[in-house]
Design a protein. Structure first.
Lengths: 473, 105
């Protein structure tokens, strides 16, 4: 193996380097300079994102354990962009006095979770996949419990770590059954030795349940809302967008590459889970008053929409999943960004507090409206195109009933997204949130999101580009 | 070579352990015991891997390696979980899940 081969892992290497720089910098940063370190770390990560965009070599390493292809590079770049926005949005929150001495820890933990997601996406063997998924979740639990002076944050952390360890236990139990039938855990070997034995199917069901926890699909969603509400807003945003997006990416890769033989089985499973996830996510979102819980249930419903892209097993399906993930990153991060700014300035998180926001903070309200329209899928914004293509991918393979249920559900979703818009624009309030000026970083984060929402919807070249990189079964 | 215990026995033990773990996870009220239940689940997975490796694919080592990695990862998971539990004890002065109930709808 020469040095050129190692460059296939460029994304991972660069990220590890960034991690080490931050680790060393912690030792050499004086007490007073710690606050300034935030800016350095964000710029460092922006450089990492930029390097990731350079064309990367393809191939496999370590005897097929690690695979790098154009599709995985694209997925990693999408995750990079999302993480960059999350870091920019968390900038103000990190400047608080109680967080100041732990800025380095925040960046290190966040970068190690991202590294885990990279390995997960690039895995060619279930061992690599398992290590990646654990590296992606264990530091996240520490991040969810980051505000250790708050009861809620600690509770969110324990809920996340316990449910994720249960889920990985279930996932591993499924993998052990698959190992028993096939005798190998290489993705290529499992696909090459088709087995429709009952044990394989059972193993797949266990595996699916484990992944369901990671993607917060119903009925494995119970941890989601609690963790989102208790965790710091930036971590909730990270969980809902990056973590979920990475899980969706690896899930679709595994379904397409490892289990194409039992497609009939997993189509049935996904059909039922998709209907349950979308419907129950929507129904629970209706009654939420806390914005973080509201966004948590909306993100559960959105995870159900991802499944519509999975079900066909077609090239279009994978294209739409990646495309929708990109749109979803910008849209959801815009919504979380506003919740985070308002929580930072006023400490208010309830939907009732947003009454009359348009009169005092028109720009924030308009951005929030754009995000809500995009989440609901109203035509001119990107979310519409994402949903449209997802429905097209499912309809292409003849899942008309599923598409009909999903379309009905978007109407329900539209109702509760508009509740937020109504609160901001129509409801009157005795004491609305007063006018405040956001700092530069918060504005920058929102500006990137707005640009993303507008551009990803209208740049058809983007969809074509993703389409060229995708593949079907 | 085989000491006479067939593969099925190992698998039955592993299955029983797995479901004891799931049952314990759902019914126990002490956070440490819940953590122990997840360890039970992971150990049942290890038995499965090792038994399959030993009986069905004795020429390879995939299962053994997987077992080693599961043990290592489970240890790190437990470390983080216990750190959070200590924090919970400081905040709530209890590690009973019934008391850790600030987040609900």
């Amino acid at each position: 193996m020469s040095l050129d081969n190692f460059l296939m892992m460029r994304h991972e290497l660069v990220l590890t380097l960034a991690f080490l720089i931050i680790l060393v910098a912690e030792v050499f940063t004086g007490e007073k300079k710690k606050e300034k370190f935030r800016g350095f770390a964000v710029v460092l990560f922006a450089v990492v994102t930029a390097i990731g965009m350079l064309p990367a070599p393809e191939g496999t390493l370590f005897g097929g354990m690690y695979q790098a292809g154009r599709t995985t590079t694209l997925m990693k770049n999408i995750l990079n962009i999302g993480t960059l926005i999350v870091l920019i949005q968390s900038f103000t929150w990190l400047g608080r006095p109680e967080n100041r001495d732990r800025i380095h820890e925040y960046f290190m933990l966040l970068i190690s979770t991202l590294l885990g997601m990279y390995f997960m996406i690039s895995a060619g063997h279930f061992l690599m996949f398992y290590i990646g998924i654990e590296l992606a979740t264990i530091p996240l639990a520490a991040l969810a419990a980051f505000e250790r002076y708050k009861n809620r944050s600690a509770e969110a952390g324990i809920k996340l770590i316990l449910s994720s360890s249960l889920s990985s236990g279930i996932l591993l139990y499924g993998l052990s059954m698959i190992y028993g039938t096939v005798g190998s855990l290489y993705f290529a070997d499992i696909a090459a030795r088709p087995s429709t034995a009952a044990l394989t199917i059972l193993g797949f069901i266990f595996f699916f349940s484990g992944m369901g926890f990671k993607m917060s699909l119903v009925p494995f969603h119970l941890w989601t809302a609690d963790v989102y509400e208790g965790a710091p807003v930036s971590i909730a945003a990270y969980l809902s967008v990056i973590s979920k997006g990475a899980a969706a990416f690896i899930f679709i890769i595994i379904l397409y590459n490892v289990f194409p033989v039992i497609i009939d089985t997993w189509q049935k499973v996904i059909w039922v889970i998709a209907v349950m996830t979308i419907t129950i996510g929507n129904l629970f979102a209706l009654r939420q008053k806390n914005m973080k819980r509201f966004l948590a249930f909306s993100s559960i419903a959105q995870a159900g929409f991802f499944l519509l892209g999975f079900i066909g097993g077609s090239k279009l399906g994978m294209t739409t999943v990646i495309y929708y993930a990109l749109i979803y990153i910008f849209t959801n991060l815009a919504a979380f960004g506003i919740v985070s700014i308002i929580a930072e300035k006023t400490g208010k998180e309830s939907m009732d507090d947003y009454d009359g926001l348009y009169r005092t903070n028109p720009k924030l309200s308009l951005t929030m409206m754009l995000a809500m329209f995009s989440l609901a899928g109203i035509p001119p914004v990107a979310g519409f195109f994402g949903k449209f293509f997802l429905f097209a991918a499912a309809a292409e393979k003849g899942f008309y009933v599923l598409v009909a249920i999903a379309v009905l559900n978007t109407i329900v979703a539209l109702y509760y997204y508009l509740l937020v818009v109504k609160a901001m624009f129509i409801n009157k309030s005795e004491n609305p949130i007063t006018y405040f000026k956001s700092d530069f970083m918060s504005k920058l984060g929102l500006a990137i999101c707005i640009a993303g929402i507008v551009v990803t919807g209208f740049a058809s070249g983007l969809f074509e580009m993703i389409r060229n990189l995708s593949y079907g079964i | 070579m085989n000491s006479g215990i067939p593969l099925e026995y190992y698998l039955i033990v592993a299955t029983i352990m797995f479901f004891i773990g799931v049952y314990g996870f759902l019914t126990r009220r002490n956070l440490i015991t819940i953590l122990m239940s997840t360890e039970l689940i992971l150990n049942s997975v290890n038995i499965n891997f090792l038994a399959f490796n030993r009986f069905l694919f004795p020429g390879k080592l995939d299962g053994h390696f997987f077992g080693l990695f599961v043990i290592a990862v489970a240890a790190s998971e437990a470390a983080v979980a216990i750190a959070i539990i200590i924090n919970i004890y400081r905040r709530f002065t209890s590690i009973n899940v019934e008391n850790v109930n600030e987040l609900k709808y």
